[in-house]
Ligand binder design. Structure first.
Ligand SMILES: [Zn+2]
Length: 235
């Protein structure tokens, strides 16, 4: 086999592995009740191409056949089916953030309850502080066009996560493990904050405590441990 053929084969294998990682991510998000029949995640491949689940797929039974490759304009390069209408959300973030290699967008309940009533996201448990402070997009509109995509990317800025008023949340990462784990931390924090609000005023971590959490908990090995915990439940 020629060197070019070997390289092509290696590239093809890594894309296959990335597709499987994306499938696992979406199935874990579905099993955790973070996404339902909507919700999508993507991985940047380079050359302005991204892997993303097709809009009409069954998230709980997802396979690599449900992953398509698109460009940043939403043209399907490879795959059977169309990207979600909100692919603009992914394209807008990849355009604005060269450091981002993966994006998760979902419409999860608990964090959305907070934005529905204008309750700010507060760091109430250690892992949840990794995405604090949390910017909020001041519009419930779908991110289904470049104008809304730019508004969301501007709201996100250089942060790892943002919430969207009465709509959902988005997390980004240097890989899909990071974007998945942050989505999990965000929603778990929102759940704990919401529940604590029912019986009192939840304790909010101080600036120093948030900084300490970030220093100790933002590590590749701890992120992998969280990923592995949910991955094991998929069977
Ligand atoms: Zn959405």
């Amino acid at each position: 086999m020629s060197e070019t053929a070997l390289k092509d084969r290696k590239d093809a294998m890594s894309v296959t592995e990335l597709k499987q990682q994306l499938v696992d991510c979406i199935r874990m998000l579905e099993q955790s009740d973070i996404i339902d029949y909507n919700g999508h995640a993507s991985i940047r491949l380079g050359d302005n191409r991204i892997l993303i689940n097709i809009g009409s797929c069954q998230r709980s039974k997802l396979t690599t056949a449900d992953i398509c490759t698109i460009d940043l304009e939403g043209n399907v390069i490879e795959g059977n089916g169309k990207p979600p209408l909100e692919f603009h959300l992914h394209a807008g973030i990849y355009r604005a953030r060269v450091d981002v290699k993966a994006v998760v967008h979902a419409h999860p309940k608990w964090s959305t309850f907070l934005t529905m009533v204008g309750e700010s996201y507060r760091p109430v448990y250690a892992q949840g502080s990794l995405v604090y402070p949390m910017p909020v997009l001041d519009s419930p509109n779908s991110i289904n066009n470049p104008v809304m995509a730019k508004r969301l990317a501007d709201t996100l800025g250089d942060r790892p996560a943002a919430m969207m008023k009465a709509h959902g949340a988005v997390t980004v990462g240097k890989d899909i493990v990071e974007a998945f784990v942050l989505a999990n931390y965000l929603e778990e924090n929102a759940y704990r904050q919401y529940m604590a609000l029912q019986i009192g005023k939840p304790y909010s971590f101080s600036e120093q405590e948030v900084a300490l959490c970030r220093e100790q908990l933002w590590t590749e090995s701890l992120f992998k441990r969280t990923w592995d915990h949910f991955r094991a439940k998929l069977g």
